[in-house]
Design a protein around this ligand. Sequence first.
Ligand SMILES: Nc1ncnc2c1ncn2[C@@H]1O[C@H](COP(=O)(O)OP(=O)(O)O)[C@@H](O)[C@H]1O
Ligand SMILES: Cc1cn([C@H]2C[C@H](O)[C@@H](COP(=O)(O)O)O2)c(=O)[nH]c1=O
Length: 900
Amino acid sequence: MLFRSQRSFSVSSLPFRRCKAVNEELRNLCFTGRLPQAVELLCHHLRSCVDPRTYALLLQESIHWKESKLGRRIHAQMLVAGFSPDEYLRTKLVIFYAKVGDLWTARQLFDRIPERNLIQWNAMISGYVLKGLEQEGLNVYYSMRSVGLAPDQFTFASVFRACARLALLEHGKRAHAVMIKNHLKKANVIVSSALVDMYLKCSSLDDGHRAFDVSLQRNVVTWTALISGYGQHGQVAEVLELFHQMITEGFRPNSVTFLALLSACSHGGLIDAGWSYFNSMEAVYDIRPTGEHYAAMVDMLGRAGRLHEAYEFVKMSPCNEHSVIWGALLGACRIHGDMELIRLAANKFLEMQPKNVGKYIVLSNTFANNGMWDDVADVRRKITKLQIKKEPAWSSIELQGVVHTFLVRDNTHEEIGKIYETIRSIGCALAEAGCVSSMKVDCCVGHKHVHLMLWGEPQLIEICFRLKEISSIEFFTCSAKEDNVCVYCSFLWIIFSTRGILYHICVTPCCSGFHGFQRSRYSTMQHIAAQVQAMLMVKRYIMFAVEDSHANVYDLLFYTSGENDVVNWGIKYQCHSQGMIKSFFLVGWLMIESLLYFPLSSSSISTSKVAEWIFMFALCSRCIDLKPWLTVNSFRSTLNPPKWMRMYSVSRMSSLLLHHPVALSKPPPSMLLPVSSTNPRSPWKIRFASRAYAVTHSPSFGEIHVIVGPMFAGKTTALIQRVQLETDQGRRAAMIKSDKDTRYGLDSIVSHDGVKMPCWALPDLSSFPAKVGPLAYDELDVIGIDEAQFFGDLYDFCRNAADHDGKTVVVAGLDGDYLRRRFGSVLDLIPIADSVTKLTARCGLCEQRAYFTLRKTNDTEKELIGGADVYMPVCRQHYVKGQIVVEAARIVLESQKIKL
Ligand SMILES: Nc1ncnc2c1ncn2[C@@H]1O[C@H](COP(=O)(O)OP(=O)(O)O)[C@@H](O)[C@H]1O
Ligand SMILES: Cc1cn([C@H]2C[C@H](O)[C@@H](COP(=O)(O)O)O2)c(=O)[nH]c1=O
């Protein structure tokens, strides 16, 4: 053995067996990096002499070298020697077991510590998170908070990591709030990076970017978190821009940054750029590309339909024995349906990873999609023969702070009845549209029945869980593991709702792997069904595009864009991901064209979307080897567009749209009622026509939505978001607050986080119409009211605005005062409200849900303007206890006053 062969450290060579010398010897071995020898020495001869410092050093070395076995032997020697570890050593032991992933032993030791310190808590939290047991890590974090310990940077780094992996935005935000409250604003670079990553992984791009902007310390990890986050959301332009910004600011990218970059190029179809970044890795940055980088290149070529180039690249690649490359080629073939290459790539991949059941399923689905039933059967036989089982797919959402997880065909959820009811409603809509042949819950791989496969899938269950009570849904984030979702069904992942507003997600998980989030203008099940129908119609029409039948795509788009932007997005992503550059380009043109008829203000199209389309143009023009900002001539000669299209050059059109959006004329009414005499395959058009009619001619009804809760519950935030959403959708809105609230000046409503929106500060609501002028009042669609508890005429104003003036009124205010008595007339609105949402804060003392506001001072008037200096949100327990303390203090002070 090594130890014996090194004479100078053999036991026999030790001159004295005195403890001091022994300890010194052991430490020397540690300092010189010879932990195995030290442990050998310890185990065989010397354990009784060893002092705590030496044990600590030995354990530290085991942690450092990740020597799980040696560390355990050291611990065993401590036990055998009857050594009782002090607090420091106990901490080291917990850290050691947590770091090497033996969470069970770590927990045993941890649970036996009577008074745990922060380091021990942190060790447990990070141990769980590192091991992939994020939820357990969060539970430990909340236990730590409940014993009153203040977290530090190490805690937050682990908590943000856990929230990122589980996509628990609310938990992440809560931890962020605690961090701010604990004055940990100057987060170190690890925490900043984890925070940015958390927000981005939870699809909160704005928050992620804000966290990045305010981070005082950044490094390549922080930058890469931001870049990858944008990449995961398909924001190709941002990824490239951020990468260049990073370089300009003097940061050196690493291999992970390049992965994000190459993947963005792949999703954006930026082949030339992709090659140039790939080549620069070694040449400029001295980073040798790994299998993953090669795979990203294969993916990029594959998506663009350059399958054979991709295959040649794989063959030449130094990493061609890396299964990930063949996996990428297989995925690419799947999109473009090259059967020979599929077989070849699949054989290669499965040779290297014979037990990868996910890929067997990909393969089986690919064969099924191409009607190759013998091959499907063959793959299924192999799966059975190999006796491999796929890990059950799962999906989870966080709703009002509670995490709901769904497994395949999960029937255990307490609301499963309602969930399946919703699934059935969507199913009926699909069946009516002729998209599925029956409503049976089935698992068949046939082309026709493929939609049915999803009925029991967790993502669908999750989506329907969200949809079942749209009005009461407040917070959730989306996280789903998609590994065998069929291309043909991907549009089913399009709809979800938050804060009562429906969103749709255009996802093509099989092809592009990212989600495109869009706000939806629709808010009922019928609308959802209509959207689903529309999406499925789009798919059919994409088939026309594949056949180069652009006229059909044009037909579809002309009558729907501006009216149904799901359709636009659907086409856009499909065309793009399928590498149908021509169609992609054409679709872009048509979108712009449609704007001539659908002015920005009256449609759901925002200026940023127009900008995005224009970017798409640039992208497309590159893809078809033309200069960015295509010229009229090259456009004509390449695509031979119809006559009407030739009237505009891209640059003229783009500047027209960007600078004069409102100057565009309204559509003639006939435009909204499409008729197709040319295309016999268009029964769907009738449905679109009637929907277009319904959307344009529906009478406008007023609504009242009430948001209540204690202070710090997010009422103002929710109000601002709601009004913002409405204005984003082209509705005219005004915000009012009470002029009593002078905390942040009178020109804006400001949340406790500093989010602002301009407002009218008024003494009462009845003066509002006169203040804005009757014409402007008439034009308003939405009125937001903050600090509603201070308005005496709240009830009359809201009732009139909704019942007579057709306004949507969104009211935010305190339901109770600091003594939990009704506050103003907010509660009077409940009988006339369409929805009432009670939000909660986090208890300032224990982090539990807070329903009440505790006044920290001994002032007794009902109205007392103030923020965190005067008030604190509390849970029931702390309200009751706190109130007693405040009362007692008051009595003492009052009695002192009397004495004085
Ligand atoms: N104890 C707390 N509980 C919850 N949020 C808090 C707390 N302290 C500060 N905040 C911050 O306050 C924000 C809510 O602010 P705001 O929307 O103005 O609430 P409200 O209008 O209900 O008083 C939260 O997003 C959070 O960042
Ligand atoms: C509980 C309580 C509150 N107020 C005041 C304090 C603040 O100025 C507002 C509430 O503002 P927020 O947006 O909800 O944070 O109301 C009060 O006057 N009396 C009370 O009892």
